[in-house]
Design a protein around this ligand. Structure first.
Ligand code: S3P
Length: 174
């Protein structure tokens, strides 16, 4: 059953989940759990190192494991997850159980503008990050949409506008 007090933020790399999570946490007086940060803390190394040393599949198992733990916990918080989390069907089910899922929808063009110089995201370190973003985003979009209870477009919006829209959608979704 869905925990209606939690808010879960999903969306592609660079869509603003971390910043939105922090701002919402302040606004709604809820704590934030960032699954990427929690995985790094538990493993004692960065996600880039986990990908390099153990491989992506291992990281995906850690993500699912953590989501299962969160879904079993009754809490009242904001949960921000990595961009690839909603791809696994099992994870989409868990995300829905954890809370109201807010999808921060961004275009490939805006992601590229924000992340073209990124050095920490393992999936964007190849020769052609622009093509990689386009390919990954178009593959993942249906999964994000399926997982979402609420969709908020972020292109062309200031952070304040994004927050305002999220608050409005959350009010309407109760
Ligand atoms: C990933 C996104 C990253 C992080 C990892 C894999 C992805 O999180 O989980 O590098 O598959 O899109 P952000 O979306 O917070 O960048």
């Amino acid at each position: 059953m869905k925990n209606k007090r939690n808010i879960v933020l999903i969306g592609f790399m660079g869509c603003g989940k971390t910043t939105v999570g922090l701002r919402l946490s302040y606004k709604l007086r809820k704590t934030v759990t960032d699954t990427d940060k929690m995985i790094e803390k538990r493993q004692g190394c960065t996600i880039k190192e986990i990908f390099a040393n153990e491989g992506e599949e291992y990281f995906r198992q850690l993500e699912t494991q953590l989501l299962s733990e969160l879904s079993a916990k009754a809490c009242n918080e904001i949960v921000s997850v990595g961009g690839g989390t909603p791809v696994r069907e099992e994870n989409r089910k868990l995300l829905k159980e954890i809370g109201t899922v807010v999808y921060l929808k961004i275009s490939a063009k805006a992601v590229y503008e924000r992340l073209k110089n990124d050095k920490v995201r393992p999936l964007l370190q190849g020769d052609n990050p622009k093509a990689k973003i386009e390919e990954l985003l178009s593959y993942r979009e249906p999964f994000y949409e399926e997982a979402a209870d609420v969709i908020v477009e972020v292109d062309e919006k200031s952070m304040d506008e994004v927050l305002e829209q999220i608050m409005k959608c959350l009010e309407e979704s109760v």
